[in-house]
Ligand binder design. Structure first.
Ligand code: ADP
Ligand code: MG
Length: 291
């Protein structure tokens, strides 16, 4: 049993400013912080910290060794991540004003230059006990989903950033579709019936639900009450922990509670990949909860 994840790896560069720059304006930042991000990297860190064997598939530039080190230190197997000489590591330039409003520029770089044939070769070893995670920040989604499905693996697709054409292209090869409330609204507006086994819908502080479309059962999980300071990566933490829970044989209600605890702890900390809690931290947090 292992989690495979075809996912983006980004460097998040966060600049704090008094206000967001207007066209033509040059502004000095008050501070700069650098951290691990990208939906893919976040989900891999979450799955590995949850305790599942996790293999990341993707690409980075040939510099930025600290990024690969941080994923490895979290327990992620990086053997399937190519280092490209002609592409920079994906990065996000995040501007945050005094009122916490933000503006973000993403450069996909290596995340959109992944070798499709290499994916096929790597996924030759995935099996029916395994899970493939995918999000919409890389190329190769369709090839990977198809290869994993053909070998009987569970395929969990996070429809984020939301793009209707991208979801519709992979959907025939997806077992579980994961979305936040806004993404779910956009999808259901176009596709009231979604032909997958399960829908995972997260609703921020309002909780989460898993709709088992094979039985019609709906499992609901409340969000834990915490003081939220930064919700970046909450959905990725939830998705990675949920997939790891299923990979480890938890029931859906158990996996939902585990993921909700992990995501609740994440939002109490600033940052994305670096702020994802360990399993020991999540277990201790859950032990203290009344429900
Ligand atoms: N303010 C919050 N308090 C507690 N848990 C939260 C909070 N915000 C998010 N979460 C947890 O993170 C999960 C994912 O958050 P959500 O906003 O739905 O996803 P995304 O990060 O993709 O927008 C939620 O289902 C919940 O478990
Ligand atoms: Mg949200």
């Amino acid at each position: 049993m292992a989690i495979w994840n075809l996912g983006s790896i980004n460097i998040d560069l966060v600049y704090r400013l008094d206000h967001l720059p207007r066209p033509g304006e040059t502004l000095a930042a008050r501070s700069r912080a650098q951290g691990l991000g990208g939906k893919g990297a976040n989900q891999s860190v979450a799955a590995a910290r949850a305790g599942s064997a996790t293999r990341h598939l993707g690409a980075m530039g040939d510099a930025d060794g600290w990024v690969a080190d941080r994923l490895s230190e979290a327990g992620v197997d990086m053997a399937g991540v190519a280092r490209l000489a002609d592409q920079p590591t994906g990065h996000a330039i995040i501007l945050v004003d005094a009122g916490a409003e933000n503006a973000i520029v993403i450069h996909p770089g290596a995340n959109r230059a992944i070798d499709d044939q290499g994916l096929d070769r790597a996924l030759a070893a995935i099996g029916p006990e395994d899970t493939l995670l995918l999000q919409n920040e890389t190329n190769g989604q369709l090839a990977a989903a198809r290869a994993a499905q053909a070998r009987g693996a569970r395929v969990v697709y996070s429809a984020a950033p939301f793009d209707l054409e991208a979801v519709q292209a992979v959907l025939p090869h997806v077992s579980v579709l994961a979305m936040n409330a806004g993404e779910a609204d956009q999808l259901f507006a176009e596709m009231p019936e979604v032909p997958v086994q399960g829908l995972l819908i997260t609703r921020g502080a309002e909780g989460a639900e898993y709709r088992d479309l094979t039985t019609g059962a709906i499992h609901r999980q409340a969000s834990f009450r915490v003081d939220a300071v930064d919700t970046t990566g909450a959905g990725d933490t939830f998705a990675g922990y949920f997939a790891a829970g299923l990979d480890q044989g938890l029931t859906i209600p158990q996996a939902l509670r585990l993921a909700s605890g992990a995501a609740a702890l994440k939002v109490t900390r600033a940052g994305a990949g670096d702020a994802i809690p360990t399993r020991a931290e999540v277990d201790a947090f859950l032990d203290d909860q009344p429900i």
